[in-house]
Design a protein around this ligand. Structure first.
Ligand code: NAD
Length: 458
């Protein structure tokens, strides 16, 4: 606790002396993040392999590439984001000017998750630095190699007085949460998010909660080549990033009953092509992060009410914490696999009489972080956009919304609140201060007492 207080005191001093406010400091830290990522690629690959069995290509695409892209984007736009913006004022206040000045919040706490332990730690840090804050980053203890890499490497590249990595598990998190932060940015589960919010409430600390949920895919298009592309993207998006352990990964697919057999056959083909067949020989796919999560996902699969619906896969390799890509058709809707976030390589397919029923199906459940729909039908697209609620809607692809700095990324309802990426990250870690400057000229006497009937009509 003493060490923590000393760290926080140093961060507060760094913030109060104003060093993090200047554009040059912010840019130098963003450049340092790019150097950190570029010069330590091999160590990052190794840590991600140790923690999750992540292939270097996947690691580059989902972690290193994401961080570089975000830092580059911030470097390009930071001056524009920091600039004071003029705004119109009512004529009644003439002569006066109104401006909006983004100011840093102070010292912020960022808590990362284990599935993308580098990018989901450093991406929000980029936002916090761009906005001129001092930062404590607590990586997830469930990715220990990445957590210790960040703890070791960050002080070698970034300003030690302003950015600190404090590793540890829930006991460290609990201690951190006793402190008064100027902002808490949390990526994780709705269960822990509730703990974060009650700790933050004590100090009226604003929070951004990047949570998860069950992200559905609606498969509407069913012509030959569209279907091939759709299924390829579903397979790549479901099992590609971290073997389904992804907040915006595909949780389940909604399809018309008559189309399900064709869909299952195509899914099987692409699974075999991308990842191989036997659970012991799978390639290009992550393992489950640890024994607890392995048991959790295996229990979803081995629930007796669910096993009859497995149409592909279902094998597990306990020694290597691997679970075979598995397809289920119509598991019971009240089973855990259909009521809890799967966060693993299992894909339930839910069949409907008509695909339009998918809108009610989604609306009867908690608001997802993402909805995916494969369709060319403009009317159906319009209905999905207008009649459902989710963090995002992506048509005809999976997960690519995460790459877009020009779009806000975040949830709604049970999938979280607040948003980040690009300018939205800068805004998340800034306060927009209203500045009004009035002239001494032109006094309107009716604004002052004594009141009389004339002033009432004025
Ligand atoms: P988690 O909630 O278990 O842990 C996240 C963080 O909370 C970790 O840093 C952990 O140390 C801390 N923590 C754990 N218990 C705590 C406690 N009792 N008190 C205080 N802090 C505590 O989540 P997870 O298992 O790391 O990640 C899985 C969840 O995260 C899924 O629900 C997933 O959808 C979500 N997620 C969301 C995003 C997103 O960007 N929206 C990204 C990745 C993961």
């Amino acid at each position: 606790m003493e060490e923590l207080h000393a760290n926080l005191a140093e961060l507060n001093r760094a913030f109060c002396c104003g060093k993090t406010r200047g554009v040059e400091w912010r840019k130098s830290q963003l450049r340092a993040i790019i150097r950190l990522i570029t010069e330590n690629e091999a160590q990052i690959f190794e840590a991600l392999h140790q923690d999750l069995g992540k292939h270097p290509v996947e690691a580059y695409r989902d972690e290193i590439g994401i961080v570089k892209k975000s830092a580059d984007h911030s470097l390009l736009h930071i001056e524009k984001w920091m600039a004071m913006k003029k705004d119109w004022l009512p004529l009644l206040l003439f002569p006066a000017t109104g401006q909006v000045l983004p100011e840093p919040l102070g010292t912020v706490l960022i808590m990362g998750s284990w599935n993308f332990p580098i990018s989901l730690a450093l991406d929000p840090v980029i936002g916090a630095i761009s906005a001129g804050n001092t930062v404590v980053l607590k990586p997830s203890e469930l990715a220990p190699a990445c957590s210790s890499f960040l703890h070791r490497i960050v002080p070698l590249y970034l300003d030690k007085e302003a950015i600190k990595v404090i590793p540890g598990g829930s006991e460290v998190a609990e201690k951190l949460l006793q402190h008064r932060w100027d902002k808490i940015f949390f990526t994780g589960s709705p269960r822990v998010a509730r703990i974060i919010m009650s700790a933050a409430a004590k100090h009226l600390t604003p929070v951004t909660l990047e949570l998860g949920g069950k992200c559905p895919v609606i498969l509407h298009s069913f012509s030959g080549s569209d279907l091939q592309v759709a299924v390829k993207r579903i397979v790549g998006g479901k099992w590609g990033p971290c073997a389904g352990q992804a907040c915006i990964g595909v949780d389940y697919v909604l399809v018309q009953q008559k189309d399900a057999p064709v869909l299952v056959e195509l899914l099987k083909n692409y699974i075999k092509k991308f990842y191989g067949e036997k659970v012991e020989k799978l390639q290009n796919i992550c393992r489950i992060v640890n024994q607890n999560h392995f048991d959790r996902v295996r229990n979803l699969l081995q629930d007796p009410s669910v096993s009859a619906s497995i149409v592909y896969g279902g094998s597990v390799d306990c020694k290597n914490l691997m679970i075979e890509p598995t397809i289920l058709v119509d598991p019971p809707l009240d089973s855990d696999i259909m009521t809890e976030e799967i966060f693993g390589p299992l894909l339930p397919i839910i069949t409907l009489d008509k695909i339009e029923e998918s809108i009610d199906f989604i609306n009867e459940r908690p608001k997802p972080l993402a909805i995916y729909a494969f369709t060319r039908c403009k009317r159906f697209k319009e209905r999905i956009m207008q009649e459902t609620s989710s963090g995002s809607v992506t048509f005809n692809d999976i997960m690519i919304q995460f790459l877009c700095d020009s779009l806000p990324f975040g949830g709604v309802g049970e999938s979280g609140f607040g948003r980040y990426h690009g300018k939205y990250s800068f805004d998340t870690f800034s306060h927009e201060k209203a500045i009004l400057q009035r002239s001494y000229f032109l006094e309107l006497e009716p604004r002052y007492p004594p009141w009389n009937d004339f002033k009432l009509t004025f």
